[in-house]
Design a binder for this molecule. Structure first.
Ligand code: MCA
Ligand code: AMP
Length: 505
């Protein structure tokens, strides 16, 4: 009996010194340790709670819980019982959650106890558990007295390990189905490429409901036998305190611009670190250069997607080239095609980036047509990103053919907002665009056309944003609203968002 991903993570831990999570004091003494034994015992007891709650292999377990070691244990417990882990952004509103729960039909929903009432409206009480940021709640209580499950349910590489929702260009979110094989192959490739070992200590300040913080960061550290300094969220102070005891950091570009904005972040502060990794959004070449000037170290930029995990990376040993996302990872095929002719473009020319490999997902949950549109018969996945490859093989992401805004590493799909803004009384139509933002890379601007009614006269920036507050997570809400007389359109009637961006950025 073997469980593809769980067994590999378990084996990985045997390489380390038994410590998984370390917390340091301000003077970098180890203040507390959660060892492998304690963590895996917790995962085994949570697994028993799941089995008692009739979770069977293939069932979805949806979670909207704060970041904690216990929350990570829930993910591992899902692997143990063969369930499909479905993490949800803690910022999602009840309206957003209702869609995911309705679509994925989880056997269990785990919520923060502070949101128990929302949970009760989303799922029958016997399928709801709670977990807070310190392990409290009904799941914590049940796990504390449960027996330990021994081993793990047998799972093949092709079995599902997780579903992560990624917003759709039509406004409907799609559940990307990720298999044990997808997650394991990618973590193993990255572990080797980035040379993680049991001596590494990762500063973990990302959320654990997305690919970056969950699979890239956590799986690699579990596999490597190394240790994690687990921080509840991003804070420059907390990062600077912990950095002298750490070897590596994974972050979105906002992490690096915020660190650079702090004069305490110096060459000395970064001295102990062997690797700074950036991804999830474009890192400005300028940030890359400022970082090197300040610390003497080059950020390693990589490129990935929810559907594919990581696809490309700058080299560990070779030149990390600013503004590029490096080379295709070992085992991953990348091609750039002309969207009209489907022919591979010449060196230096812009093409639609497609990827194939063991990292590429199994399709969208219950959306066979969408899957066929984006996952081609020859195994290549159409990323929606536009790129060039130079003569040395360095790949540069130059744009996106999909209408998407990336703010602080979170994806925001304009269509989802436009549908809601158009429903506001007094709005004739709207267009939502991303405009440059020094902190988040891009921020959301809604361009609104009034319909001439009395309701339209009363519309203000505040009223537009206010009417979205219960429907959309805060990070998706527009930061600004611009009222215009009309939207620029091409001869086909399509809104010219490029023009709007030029006018309003
Ligand atoms: C927080 N807010 C945001 C964002 N984050 N608004 C827009 N975009 C955001 N990313 C809102 C808050 O609700 C708050 O609203 C206000 O902005 C200020 O919050 P602040 O305290 O500054 O935010 P923070 O807590 O410091 O968070 C910023 C952050 C965080 C650290 C950049 O957003 C973050 O951790 N981002 C990482 C996301 C991530 O993991 N992405 C990977 C996806 P108000 O004050 O009005 O209430 S995986 C992926 O993309 C692929 C696979 C890949 O390649 O990795
Ligand atoms: P997600 O849907 O959250 O998986 O976001 C994936 C998208 O983030 C990709 O399709 C890219 O558009 C973008 N992305 C991720 N990493 C990078 C990067 N290093 N540079 C530019 N864009 C990136």
């Amino acid at each position: 009996m073997s469980n593809c991903l769980f067994d590999a993570l378990w084996d990985g831990r045997q390489a380390g010194n038994g410590q998984l999570f370390v917390h340091n004091t301000a003077d970098n003494e180890v203040a507390s340790v959660v060892d492998d034994k304690t963590f895996f015992s917790l995962t085994a007891r949570i697994a028993t709670v799941f089995t008692n709650a009739s979770v069977s292999p293939g069932d979805r377990v949806a979670v909207q819980i704060p970041k904690s070691i216990e929350a990570l244990a829930v993910y591992i417990a899902c692997l143990r019982v063969g369930a499909v882990f479905l993490p949800l952004n803690t910022a999602y509103t009840e309206a957003e959650l209702a869609y995911f729960i309705g679509d994925a039909t989880p056997q269990l929903l785990i919520m923060d106890p502070a949101k128990q009432d929302i949970g009760e409206r989303l799922i029958p009480a016997e399928r709801l558990l709670t977990l807070d940021d310190s392990g409290g709640g009904s799941l914590g209580a049940a796990a504390s007295t449960a027996n330990e499950m021994s081993g793990a349910v047998s799972r093949e590489a092709s079995d599902l390990a997780a579903i992560l929702y990624t917003s759709g260009t039509t406004g409907r979110s799609k559940g990307a189905m990720l298999t044990h094989g997808n997650l394991l192959s990618n973590s193993q490739a990255l572990l080797e490429y980035w040379q993680f070992t049991a001596d590494d200590v990762l500063l973990h300040a990302l959320p654990i409901f997305h690919t970056h913080g969950l699979f890239v960061a956590s799986n690699i550290m579990l596999l490597s036998g190394g240790r994690i300094i687990f921080q509840a969220g991003f804070s420059v102070d907390a990062l600077l305190d912990a950095m002298p005891a750490a070897t590596s950091l994974m972050g979105v570009p906002t992490f690096y611009t915020r660190l650079l904005a702090d004069s305490r972040f110096t060459e000395q502060a970064a001295k102990h670190m062997r690797l700074f990794i950036s991804g999830s959004a474009p890192l400005l070449a300028e940030t890359h250069r400022d970082f090197e000037e300040r610390t003497g170290k080059k950020i390693l930029e990589r490129y990935g997607m929810t559907e594919t995990n990581m696809n490309t990376s700058n080299p560990y040993e070779g030149e990390r080239r600013a503004g590029t996302v490096g080379f295709a990872l070992p085992g991953v095929d990348v091609r750039l095609v002309d969207p009209d002719t489907q022919q591979t473009v010449a060196v230096g020319e812009v093409g639609m980036l497609q990827v194939r490999g063991p990292n590429v997902f199994a399709g969208y949950w219950q959306m066979p047509e969408k899957t066929r549109e984006e996952l081609l018969e020859d195994g290549f996945f159409i990323t929606g990103d536009l790129a060039t490859i130079d003569a040395q093989g360095y790949i540069t992401i130059v744009g996106r053919s999909k209408d998407l805004i990336i703010s602080g590493g979170y994806n925001i799909y304009p269509k989802e907002l436009e549908l809601l803004v158009d429903d506001i009384p007094g709005v004739l139509e709207s267009a939502v665009i991303g405009v440059p933002d020094a902190d988040f890379g891009e921020s959301v601007l809604a361009v609104v056309i009034r319909d001439g009614s009395q309701a339209a006269d009363a519309l203000t920036q505040e009223s537009v944003i206010g009417s979205l507050s219960t429907k959309l997570a805060r990070f998706k809400q527009p930061r600004a609203v611009h009222f215009a007389d009309e939207l620029p359109r091409n001869t086909m009637g399509k809104v010219q968002k490029n023009k709007l961006r030029e006018q309003l950025s």
